[in-house]
Design a protein around this ligand. Structure first.
Ligand SMILES: Nc1ncnc2c1ncn2[C@@H]1O[C@H](COP(=O)(O)OP(=O)(O)OP(=O)(O)O)[C@@H](O)[C@H]1O
Ligand SMILES: [Mg+2]
Length: 335
């Protein structure tokens, strides 16, 4: 199925373009910051992609980083940005860069957290150069604490010719709700910052999408589809894909797949029953199930407490557990 055109969000898009023009025209530093919050599948990423396509002339640099579900570690955002880039010319010490890029051969534990943060900011500054640039922080709610701190720091960094676009599910959907809430507050507190909260699509928007796919449809049908999907574009797109090649009535007849039912949580996209854990995470999970503290795990596995904390937080996310106990139960259930 061809992607449905973006509907609605005109005001939000216009505001993003306005912010971009300001940065592009060398408006007063520091960076402009827009945080876009919404629950799963509501269209945060789509809005960002549409905005990037609408920015004219295109940004000199786009630093795009997203929390990566299967390899998260400290500075995951920056590591995602650096991935695949030629970093040899960057004015940052190679071993520091290796650490930030999550290079498996990076020397371990050489940098103090503060020093690493300064290196990370320096790396971003070098990548932004004279700008104007866009920094995309996708899925902030799923980022590690070091990345969150870096993003907060960048939002307040003086003379950074960049627009920061951060997307996030609401803090209560995050592994560390308080940290995410604090980071979002930090972003909103930056001078000239804007927070956009996206709600579901309205019946007219849904009707517009259904019409694009099926031609004219009766109003009551579009209304019923809006109700079935809760105006969530992700569910709508899934429903359209499940009924492709059939008439519009199929949009009402097709049972909503279990994982797509509104209220199934997280747009039902988190595959928790088959979470893919790394070998190290499985070891940490074993220790968790044995009731060890982070300190005991660090000693047993011969890694730092900080690394243990990262593994634990990733485990909680991947297994969809709200607590260590829940993760331990998850481990027990799966032998
Ligand atoms: N305004 C819109 N018009 C048409 N389609 C949309 C719109 N917003 C989102 N979509 C479509 O809905 C689906 C989900 O959108 P998207 O991935 O942007 O959601 P999200 O809020 O980023 O979700 P997540 O929290 O999981 O990252 C995508 O297929 C996207 O193209
Ligand atoms: Mg998204």
């Amino acid at each position: 199925m061809t992607p449905v055109p973006m509907v609605g969000r005109a005001a939000e898009l216009a505001e993003l373009v306005r912010r971009w023009s300001h940065v592009r025209d060398g408006g007063p530093a520091p960076a402009a910051v827009v945080s876009i919050t919404a629950s799963a599948g509501i269209g945060k990423s789509r809005l960002v992609t549409s905005a990037l396509a609408a920015f004219s002339p295109p940004p000199a640099a786009v630093l795009y980083g997203v929390a990566r579900l299967h390899t998260p570690a400290p500075y995951d955002w920056l590591a995602a940005v650096l991935s695949g880039r030629d970093t040899r010319e960057l004015p940052v010490p190679a071993d520091g860069l290796a650490w930030l890029a999550q290079d498996p051969h990076a020397p371990s534990e050489r940098y103090a957290p503060g020093a690493l943060l300064r290196l990370a900011v320096r790396t971003v500054r070098a990548l932004v150069g004279a700008g104007p640039a866009v920094l995309v922080v996708e899925d902030l709610h799923a980022l590690d604490p070091a990345s969150l701190n870096l993003v907060g720091e960048l939002a307040a960094a003086p003379d950074l010719p960049a627009l920061i676009l951060a997307t996030s599910r609401p803090p209560d959907a995050a592994d560390s709700p308080e940290l995410v809430a604090r980071t979002l507050a930090r972003l909103s507190g930056a001078p000239g910052a804007v927070r956009q909260h996206l709600g579901p699509l309205g019946p007219d928007d849904v009707a517009q999408i259904v019409t694009q796919v099926h031609g004219t449809v009766p109003e009551h049908l579009a209304g019923a589809v809006c109700e079935r999907t809760g105006g969530n574009p992700y569910w709508l797109v899934e429903l359209l894909a499940a009924t492709v090649g059939r008439g519009p009535q199929a949009l009402l007849d097709e049972p909503m797949p279990g994982h797509l039912r509104p209220g199934a949580g997280s747009a039902g996209r988190d595959v928790r029953e088959s979470a893919e854990l790394t070998a190290r995470e499985r070891e940490v999970l074993g220790c968790l199930a044995a009731g060890m503290s982070n300190k005991q795990m660090a000693r047993t596995l011969d890694i730092s407490i900080r690394t243990v904390a990262v593994h634990v937080s990733n485990l909680l996310r991947k297994t969809g557990s709200a607590s260590r106990t829940e993760a331990a139960l998850w481990a027990v259930r799966r032998g």
